[in-house]
Design a protein around this ligand. Sequence first.
Ligand code: 6GU
Length: 399
Amino acid sequence: MILDVVSIFPEYLAPLDLSLIGKARREGLLDLRVHDLRDFTHDRHHSVDDSPYGGGAGMVMKPQPWAEALAHVAASGAHGARPRLIVPGPGGMPFTQALARELAEEPWLAFACGRYEGIDERVYEYAADELGLEVSVVSLGDYVLNGGEVAVLAMVEAVARLLPGVIGNAESLVEESHEDGLLEYPVYTKPASWESSAGVTRAVPPVLLSGDHGAIAAWRHQQRLERTAARRPDLLHSAAALTTQDLAITAAQPSDAAELTTLQRACWVSEAKANDTHDIPPLVESVDDVAHGLLEWQTWVVREGGRLVASVRARSHPDDPATWQIGRLMVAPDLQGRGLGRALLAHAEAQAPSGTAAYWLNTGTRSDRNLRTYRKAGYRVQPGEGAFPGTVDLLKRRR
Ligand code: 6GU
């Protein structure tokens, strides 16, 4: 990923040389370039600001240095390539884990760090209209910083850690706070009983020492719910609290065919877009086709408040019983990103008969989101074209 940062305080970005981000830079996973806005001024004083038209407090950043700096950055890429421009500011859209995930998909990001009362509004129009950049103003939260630099440090760290190879352990990404809408459970390490200097002894919750993995998972889930209710009740609306511990995965019934057809269409539109074709069975099948599929596959569904929100199906490969085929993994678009797909995939794997040697999946060659999910779940893309044109097959050995 290429990152360009324009600032009047380039030294502010020095921490990006440290720790995992610094390592990713040295390994070439991140190409981070910091530019001094003052290099794009032409007057003796290298001035970047002036008083606001219409009056008011403070100073406004002048359009000319910004226009030249952004044109310089935009011209630095391969022919036709353009960065997505992020302007940190308290007046922007909220920076969330979902936005971090979205930005992590971009090949090239540019950050424009404003100071003072902000940047002359015409710079945004220029960047969009004349440089062809998608411009997003993004805020870290409802408070005011002196400039965008600290926000860029935060955003670059949140985005970069999602890139393949920046963090060793992919599971540590999935399990963390916000990835599924709940805060993290409390953690403990040795000693099991710890005495403070004042002589107060505190024990680790006994369940964590019990070796009972089911009880530990249940305790941790309860802790997450209680913490979220205490600290972030705003996250606890019904959909956010949606986890498979609260949801029953049940066998699909013939009467589910119509709802499954609707859900398939909703879920595969993004696939059609990503792969530039509408000729995908789940998009074009009739209700009768789906009903027929229910006879040939074991299918499971998840309902939330009566609504069919997710499904997956599986069967032994007709010519190779050691291969467990998994397909039609779908989660309603408004409920994606909460771990429901991963849970359903795990469920489908767990249903494989005892002779199973490998799980098999198939997805669009350009279905980046699916591919990421499957890789995280331990699947590996098989060389060559998949079972259908424009697709790849993925395999995971059963352990
Ligand atoms: Cl992204 N920038 C600035 N300057 N202030 C902020 C912010 C960003 N987010 C919250 N306050």
